[in-house]
Design a protein around this ligand. Structure first.
Ligand code: MN
Length: 464
């Protein structure tokens, strides 16, 4: 946990931004797996973590934006609980750690909210993504459980986004702790991969790294020789010579900050000519796009820098034809790069997407495109110092997409479908870094994880 002053300052900044009413933050409760006493690993709500710092279940926080009073709601641990858990800090000790002046039993929360509402005051709360918190809100506020989203506070959402978008030095240091785990996760996978292994042997070992370092995965690991399946969460393929394995994974630091890194490796340990061509192209898109990152540049422009590198590389390979700028404007590159260049990252790996994905990524200055490919761009905002984003270009050969575009004649003037057909079965390549926007440019966060084709091959052979 950071110093209490961090949380005090954040809450004060929030209170000033919203101005009046009660600001309610529900922490998470344990999420049960298959019977009530068997929970999933606990994950605190990120906004609660940001303002109240406490990583236990069953808490809620209220900030009175008019009086400045703050209350932490939670149970004092009982001896009956301590028998099972061992010694627990008291609520008074907990709230002192994060500079909150008062604590109350959870049952008191409903009463505090109803009193405020009956006095005509606004109760500000964020969109909820867990059923139990929706039910709690609905009960306390007397609104139907499925309608809580209709009562969320725009001003609170905007104020939270306006604070959480900018990462402080201590937050960046946390992200780099998660990235240190990513280094171990990725280098281990590179050491392990060889023909004949099942994907899950690697994915399981990678998850073990994170658990052994006191973290959690920041999202389910993607590890697959079917790299063209963008969010592939099964690991049942036997890896074969000649295939590429895409490994996209992330960790959370002990304080909950995320990392998100992708590398792609040849199962054999050596890229063949065709694999290296595509790999080098994606790497060039990554380095060219990253080099363009600095305050004042819209991330949407950075995305198109990457798309144009990919498109011109595809042209060199005879896959794409015609004018590169026109092809990208028409969305022809999306046959091979159907996703956006990256997303905001922080306490959530897709930072704050549960609050309002378009507000976080696009703000008020950009509108999301509806064109296939560009529509999946999660961030377009003009870059500012303190933003942390992923940069993750890719190139994939998706048989169903190739067939569909050929059949429909989509972007036929820009694409050689026979050439595309010859790449079916190739899979895909994605390479991803996490990048901080600084006052005068950018910094690629974390220790360098093998990234060039030569570095990946060397890492894969390092234990031979
Ligand atoms: Mn990512």
């Amino acid at each position: 946990m950071f110093e209490a002053s961090t949380y005090i300052d954040r809450r004060k900044g929030l209170q000033e931004r919203v101005g009046s009413g009660l600001l309610l933050f529900l922490g998470n409760d344990p999420a049960t797996m298959n019977y009530p006493d068997n929970p999933f690993h606990f994950r605190q709500d990120s906004s609660f973590l940001y303002y109240f710092g406490l990583d236990q279940a069953g808490l809620a926080g209220v900030i009175d934006a008019d009086s400045g009073e703050e209350i932490l709601f939670g149970h004092e641990p009982t001896v009956d609980e301590i028998v099972w858990t061992g010694p627990l800090p008291t609520l008074t000790e907990e709230r002192a750690c994060v500079g909150v002046g008062r604590s109350e039993e959870p049952e008191k929360l409903g009463e505090v909210l109803r009193t405020a509402r009956d006095a005509g005051r606004t109760i500000h709360f964020l969109p909820q993504y867990r059923a139990w918190n929706r039910i709690k809100l609905a009960r306390m506020l007397g609104i139907p459980g499925l309608e809580t989203d209709e009562h969320v506070s725009r001003s609170l959402i905007e104020a939270v986004v306006d604070q959480r978008l900018y990462k402080s030095d201590e937050e960046v240091a946390e992200i780099e702790i998660a990235l240190d785990m990513s280094y171990d996760m990725h280098t281990l996978a590179m050491h392990m991969v060889r023909p004949g292994m099942v994907e899950r042997e690697v994915a399981g070992a990678v998850e073990g790294v994170v658990l052994s370092r006191g973290g959690l995965t920041s999202f389910p690991i993607i590890f697959s020789v079917r790299g063209e399946v963008l969010h592939n969460h099964t690991y049942e393929n036997v890896m074969k010579d000649g295939q590429l394995a895409v490994h996209d994974s992330g960790a959370t630091s002990p304080m909950g900050y995320a990392s998100d890194i992708t590398r792609t490796m040849p199962v054999s340990g050596r890229f063949d000519t065709r694999q290296r061509e595509i790999y080098d192209l994606v790497l060039r898109a990554l380095t060219t796009a990253t080099a363009a990152m600095r305050p004042g540049i819209p991330f949407r422009d950075v995305h198109f820098v990457a798309c144009k590198v990919i498109a011109s590389g595809l042209k060199d390979l005879g896959i794409l034809k015609g004018d590169v700028d026109e092809a990208v404007a028409a969305g022809a590159h999306a046959i091979c790069m159907p996703h956006g260049l990256g997303h905001m990252m922080g306490l959530d790996v897709h930072d704050m997407e549960g609050l309002d994905e378009d507000l976080v990524g696009y703000g008020t200055e950009f509108e999301r495109s509806t064109q296939f490919g560009t529509a999946y761009l999660r961030a377009a905002r003009t870059l500012e110092s303190g933003f942390v984003l992923t940069v993750e270009p890719g190139c994939y050969f998706i048989p169903q997409l190739i067939d569909q575009w050929r059949a429909q004649g989509t972007n036929a003037e820009f694409l050689d479908f026979d050439r595309l057909d010859s790449y079916k079965g190739f899979g895909g390549v994605r390479i991803e870094d996490d990048v901080l926007v600084t006052t005068d440019g950018h910094r690629i966060l974390g220790r360098r994880i093998p990234k060039t084709a030569d570095e990946v091959e060397e890492q894969m052979g390092a234990n031979e």
